[in-house]
Design a protein around this ligand. Sequence first.
Ligand code: ATP
Length: 306
Amino acid sequence: LIQLFIPLNFMGMVYREIKQALIDISDMFAILDRDPEIQDRPDAKPLAVGDAAVAFEDVRFSYNPDRPILKGISFTVPAGRTIAIVGPSGAGKSTISRLLFRFYEPQGGRILVDGQDIAAVTQESLRSAIGMVPQDTVLFNDTIGYNIRYGRWDASEEEVREAARLAQIDRFVESLPEGYDTPVGERGLKLSGGEKQRVAIARTILKSPPILLLDEATSALDSFTEKEIQDALDRVSRGRTTLVIAHRLSTVVGADEIIVLDKGEIVERGSHAQLLAAEGVYAAMWNRQREADEARALLKQAEDER
Ligand code: ATP
């Protein structure tokens, strides 16, 4: 009997696992059903990019109907200019970048690129006009060279090196025994957050998109890496329409306009100097961050002296 019991028991286990797997799959469909992928409209046309000016017009958005995230946001990024969005955690900053890339669609208002509603153009054409440097870059399990060339497949070896140089990752790559042929990810080298971001910047430089969308990493980088990344970003954004989702205020000082977002609403806007003079939310954030930076520097000094 026991000989029969063991296989039956085993089959029972398998049955339960299959059933659980089916439940998981049906959950997945339920999720997909709730959050359908954005589809191109049947009459969608390719985006015709001119100067690449971006405008948000009274944009309203929520992930769940009971919790509005953006409550009527309007701003423009004039062609070739840099606009920075700052604000407390959870204010809705990254949501703005997801909407511009059309990962989601607004429930109200419009987002325009050169006067064309992005909801009416093909996603492919929209996304090829935007270079996105995301918060957490995920690299392909391939070589560093492959990961940079992903920006533009027909780029020459020389162009890949030049992009790496502008992104300030060239010296690091060239110090590796296999150089650009070094595998990254699971099979090879583990890159730090700052290095991964510079690979993403090099990829974006190669793509050379008319619109740049920078979603800064939330995680603290050391000040040397932060400066290197900032220099690389400054170079790539020069003369390009750029929207920076800033989590660190040090990177927004030079922006043409800073938009302060709080709980899904624009509460202040202006240049760095104007906002400091206004002594409002931005000035308070700036002072807090400066104090934190000073405290960190003191701590480091004390550690070095020990
Ligand atoms: P941080 O500075 O911390 O990155 P943020 O201003 O970029 O914050 P968002 O990422 O835009 O904030 O998120 C705004 C709000 O929307 C948050 O309260 C967040 O919890 C919520 N949220 C973000 N993504 C989703 C999602 N996929 N589903 C449901 N809610 C979400």
